[in-house]
Design a protein around this ligand. Sequence first.
Ligand code: KIV
Length: 272
Amino acid sequence: MSHHAEIKRRTASSLLAHKGETPMVVLTAYSAQVASLLDAHCDVLLVGDSLGMVVYGFDSTLPVTLEMMIAHGAAVVRGSKQALVVIDMPFGSYQASPKQAFENAARVLKETGAQAVKIEGGAVMAETVRMLSTRGIAVMGHVGLLPQSVHTLGGYKAQGKTQDDADMIFADAKALEEAGAFALVIEGVMEPLAKRITQALSIPTIGIGGSAACDGQVLVVDDMLGITPRTAKFVKRYANLSETIADAAGRYADDVRSRSFPAPQHLYSNKP
Ligand code: KIV
């Protein structure tokens, strides 16, 4: 029997230790290879339904299917060892009823091996979060700007600008905590609201376009790597991969057209 310390995955309950402590590091991931590069640096890898926009080229997350989330979720689980993997439930897979949510979330966990799911929505989803969390499914909540509600919100814009709206989002956050969510994404709100929610909850908050006061931060990986052409104000780019990729493709094209690739070292030969 090996006495090597086994690398264990983070658990939903272990993330509670980030409350008011060192912030939790979260990035989205959609493929095994990228997940394996991010794994050592992240507490959580989120298989976000943002993949509909950044991987599939849709102009919203609404067309994303359960099958897409399962295929990419399973890839991210295969590519990672220590991060907690959370998979977004796509639009239409959980809003109809707690029963629908349980059946689809159970399928996601069975077919991917991920540890948790995320659903969008506040107080209106509390009954669903309770249904899942009391039956063994760890749930991450998501309040503020809800991309799956783009048509009822009237666009992707900051939320909670009036006192009434801010109070509503605060109540949403409290309702999700009370229903058993283990963590909460707060997206696209003014800093004071993100702070107020973070201070009032005992579960960790994860900001995106929120505040450094949150208990963690998340970015869409293609945004922070500089692959996506346009990004929101809240994104910081840590690389410029679009330039790197375009440059590599251009040099490859030149080599092919000039017959300088493949070179002798790239050729098979029958010498022993
Ligand atoms: O879909 C997604 O990637 C998300 C994060 C940005 C929070 O929900």
